[in-house]
Design a protein around this ligand. Structure first.
Ligand SMILES: NC(=O)c1ccc[n+]([C@@H]2O[C@H](COP(=O)([O-])OP(=O)(O)OC[C@H]3O[C@@H](n4cnc5c(N)ncnc54)[C@H](OP(=O)(O)O)[C@@H]3O)[C@@H](O)[C@H]2O)c1
Length: 251
């Protein structure tokens, strides 16, 4: 029996990286998947193709999660395609590291707009589609919110904010049968961590040295835990911050 049979899920930022892996693992467990992306249409279409080639169901929908009109359209298209919504995975996020002297208003605004406000907009839209049956929200946070690194003040602040949202909303929404949890990945090899210069860097080497399981993560390490949290196996888990990090203890 598939763990997510016929569940409808929106995965934000699923054209690559951790989001793409979550989309594929959810589809393999029987979910109907909305693959959201901001600009990488080709990446999103490739994820949809991989899912449908394997016999699953998926569509791609463009939408910048930091823009209210885009988020409204994303969830309208979800309803039009699949008629309902059971699960939201707030994965879309950006990470911009810089020494404090170089932190700009633009970088601050952008990271908070996507990582925090974008997650709140998607949650608001999801609640309307969850309806009386309830639903399930997974926020892809970061170990960086718990053990912030040098030059990561703003990014870490966005993820600490996201974790606060998880805890607050677990109390607000439990009576509506909505579960909400954060996953806190350690460093994971993705398109974003490659293009940001993290993979192969001194920072990665130090992080792996402080990781008991001794390696950088892969997207599927996170995706498998997301499947668990979305499934009935996690039916009595809400408001939790779950580290998926090889046991990393920071720098
Ligand atoms: N990689 C790590 O080491 C790591 C560790 C801890 C936590 N995380 C978190 O995990 C999540 C995914 O990270 P990743 O490394 O997989 O990133 P990634 O490879 O850079 O992929 C980011 C995804 O988010 C999408 N996205 C970016 N801005 C968006 C927006 N405004 N609206 C909608 N989608 C948007 C991108 O879409 P386009 O391609 O269309 O732009 C892409 O699909 C992030 O929240 C990140 O903070 C990552």
């Amino acid at each position: 029996m598939n763990k997510l049979e016929n569940k409808v899920v929106v995965v934000t930022g699923a054209s690559k990286g951790i989001g793409a892996s979550i989309a594929k693992y959810f589809a393999a467990e029987g979910a109907k998947v909305v693959v959201n992306y901001a600009s990488s249409k080709e990446g999103a279409d490739n994820v949809v193709k991989a899912i449908t080639d394997a016999g699953g169901k998926a569509i791609s929908v463009q939408g910048d999660v930091s823009k209210a009109a885009d988020v409204t359209r994303l969830f309208e298209e979800t309803k039009n395609a699949f008629g309902a919504l059971d699960i939201l995975v707030n994965n879309a996020g950006i990470y911009q590291y810089a020494p404090i002297e170089e932190v700009s208003a633009d970088s601050f605004d952008k990271q908070f707009a996507i990582n925090v406000w974008g997650s709140l907009l998607a949650i608001q839209a999801s609640l309307k589609l969850f309806g009386d049956k309830g639903g399930n929200i997974i926020n892809i946070s970061s170990e960086a919110g718990k053990t912030p690194l040098p030059t990561g003040a703003v990014y870490s602040a966005t993820k600490a904010a996201l974790d606060a949202i998880t805890i607050s909303l677990s109390k607000e929404l439990g009576a509506k049968n909505v579960r909400i949890n954060s996953i806190l990945p350690g460093i994971v090899e993705t398109e974003g961590s490659h293009s940001g210069g993290f993979i192969g860097s001194d920072m990665e080497a130090k992080l792996v040295a402080n990781t008991p399981l001794g390696r950088t993560g892969q997207p599927e390490d996170v995706a498998k835990v997301a499947v668990f949290l979305a499934s009935d196996d996690a039916g009595w888990i809400t408001g939790e911050k779950i580290s998926v990090s090889g046991g990393i203890y920071g720098l």
